[in-house]
Design a binder for this molecule. Structure first.
Ligand code: FE
Length: 194
């Protein structure tokens, strides 16, 4: 593990071990560490930067053994995009390479999910957050034509095994899903069943 990645994982391990901190304080501190991690693109192992011709990749960089957090390298091939989805835990996203576009959604009083604001484009060095209950639903896509983009995602849980939702807006349907990890080996300690 590179020194930068190790220092980040150490810092976040200490951070999630502090029950005295509010979620707001945890997010502020985690965002600050994320800003440092993605400030210079010189540490991501090649194996964690590999795209797939068809699917965006979620390479697990580190999974906390107590499931308090997980760190994922999100690799976007050209034209790749997520469906509208939620997380149910806090998340901090740092743009490392290329660019991604995020469109925010929210569930209205009528139960329908609709776009809640303008899209934003993350450029290298930019950091954004998702939080449960408020700003937890979005759709993300590669914002660079014909190129690979990579963002680093830190989540306040083991995101690969959390039961969450994708939203089909046209059909007004909510579907449960568990994302797993693209690089999950078998047996994989971090991907164990919930
Ligand atoms: Fe997301």
């Amino acid at each position: 593990m590179s020194q930068k990645l190790l220092e980040f994982v150490e810092a976040i391990s200490r951070l999630v071990g502090r029950p005295d901190l509010s979620q707001t304080a945890v997010l502020a501190e985690a965002s600050s560490w994320m800003r440092g991690l993605v400030a210079v693109d010189d540490w991501l192992p090649e194996a964690m930067a590999q795209p797939h011709p068809q699917f965006y990749q979620q390479h697990l960089l580190y999974g906390d053994p107590l499931d308090r957090f997980s760190l994922v390298s999100f690799v976007w091939g050209p034209g790749q995009a997520t469906p509208v989805h939620d997380h149910t835990v806090w998340g901090v996203i740092g743009m490392l390479r290329g660019a991604e576009q995020e469109v925010p959604y929210e569930k209205g009083a009528d139960g329908r999910v609709r776009q809640s604001g303008p899209s934003q484009t993350l450029m290298p060095g930019d950091v954004a957050c998702v939080t449960p209950g408020n700003g937890d639903i979005h759709a993300v896509s590669n914002a660079v034509d014909g190129q690979v983009s990579i963002s680093i995602h830190l989540y306040g849980g083991n995101i690969g095994k959390i039961r969450r939702s994708v939203y089909d807006l046209k059909a007004n349907e909510v579907k449960p899903f568990i994302s797993g990890y693209s690089n999950a080996l078998c047996p994989n300690l971090w991907a164990r069943e919930a």
